[in-house]
Design a protein around this ligand. Sequence first.
Ligand code: COA
Length: 572
Amino acid sequence: MRILLIASAFNSLTQRVHAELRARGHVVGVELALGDDVVRDGVARFEPELIVAPMLTRAIPEDIWSEHTVLIVHPGPKGDRGPSSLDWAIHEGAQRWGVTVLQAVAEMDAGPIWASVPFTVEPCGKSELYRNEVAAAAVEAVLLAVERFAGGQFEPEPLDYEKPDVQGQLRPYHTQEYRRIDWRADDTATVLRKLRSADSQPGVLDEIDGREYFLHGAHVEDELRGEPGELIARRTGAVCRATTDGAVWLTQLRARRRPGGPATYKLPAVTVLGELAEALPEVPVKPFAASGRDTWSELRYREEGEVGYLEFSYPSGAMSTEQCRRLLTAYRAAAERPTSVLVLGPVRDFFSNGIHLNVIEAAEDQAAESWENINAMDDLVEAILTTTNKLTVSTLTGNAAAGGLMLAIAADEVWCRDAAVLNPHYRLMGLYGSEYWTYTLPRRVGADQAERLTTEALPVGAVEGLALGLVDRVRGGTAAEFQGWVRRAAAELAASPDLADKLLEKKRWRDADEDVKPLAQYRAEELARMRRNFYEPDEPYHRLRREFVHKVCPTATPEHIRGEGRLVGAEK
Ligand code: COA
């Protein structure tokens, strides 16, 4: 079927739906909902049999939904309506929630229902929930709805609040009024709910030392205590704030824009607060110690028998120079441990999205910071590539992009959850890329596919990634189920009788590859291109990064995601 996705942004869910529908043989195009006429032109050009809107913040014009079946993905259970469904669900502590696919009609979210899939609300931020549980339910519901539409027999169910399974309701926009934290009265659970329901957008508006900030990232703290509302500690860029019965960590802040002042964007909390945060005690936690604790730590390390697990977790999946260096130190320590398998990756959400574009944007010398950051990434990747005393495994429970994906494929094996969306390219940020991708990517997928993936710049689903050789193993299930499988598979790998042979083979391979072309040469060649991207005045990187960080809305749908119009496709 020809399916056109109309979306407010080509975000992770839209990318996932794109990959899943393509994998089922559909011809998929995308049109960004940048205005009614843009949508009309996109529909006329693509001539879809079905329109799906995985993420839409505006109404579809009547002439479109009256001529075509338009299926809207709504992140709420049957009967739920309004623009802030997930915010309300998290704010009110819902345990179960749902995603409903409904047909576009004149009234928003009130059309007949094509499919509805429930999910369990995990205790995490709204965006993380969206990328994980919501995305899983949404994909299931979309595929079901598409199948039902294709069958031609299915009668969508009119919205009827009399039905016992229609439990939702129409809710207003979730304004800052509902989000406000009363630090002298709210307990930790309430503070966490408010922060999580606002994360990553728009954040909770609050005041610190007489200035207004949007608070982001929320993690419980199990030991530190202080006066409610008081900032009591800092750790790797985050600050800890006391509540009435405990404390929470805030990883990122965004200063509220002053009238006429420069635009603001999210940055590590310590960077935003400057001297105020510098005066706080740095309370480090070692990766080994963090493992048994309920506190914020970007790094955790633990061992189970012969397997070491180095978990890292970065807000937005972005890795600054300092974060790369800290991970490298932890990696080197883990590599020296008497284990035979080292598993790398977060237990939920993003694996990595590469260098930290916001931190670079905030730097005084952005080209120099870009250079530092990419070199710190390269040092980390080099350490993984040159580890020969154990097998390394990257586990992609969530998405990975650009240098973050190239970091993953530096490991000997890449195990991927079927829900992960992979973006093996840098082009959209105006970068050639480094992280030794010119060595690792063609080695995995072949030179032609490497060329296609990096220039086409389309997202790749996990199953497609497996077929290409980009990843080695794919498993389904929730993040927790995937982690359970990883533990069993890693233990099996460590116990396998041919482990010693595999290690020997790996060393032989690495030596042979080094003879053909040293790693240092790959790095030098990539960095020569990156240096030009960073320092030449006519390069688009600084503009593209600025637009990305400031979330500048595109003015047109990028050609590479539009898909072929009926006529163009037919000519081929
Ligand atoms: N640096 C800083 N922030 C980043 C980032 C990076 N490298 N990659 C993603 N983010 C942020 C996004 O701005 C977004 O912030 P928000 O939650 O405040 O909106 C958040 O992480 C989630 O990303 P989002 O774009 O919403 O996720 P997505 O899953 O819809 O899209 C990508 C994923 C990978 C397509 C998109 O994030 C992207 O293009 N990232 C940049 C990759 C890159 O070029 N890295 C640098 C070269 S190595």
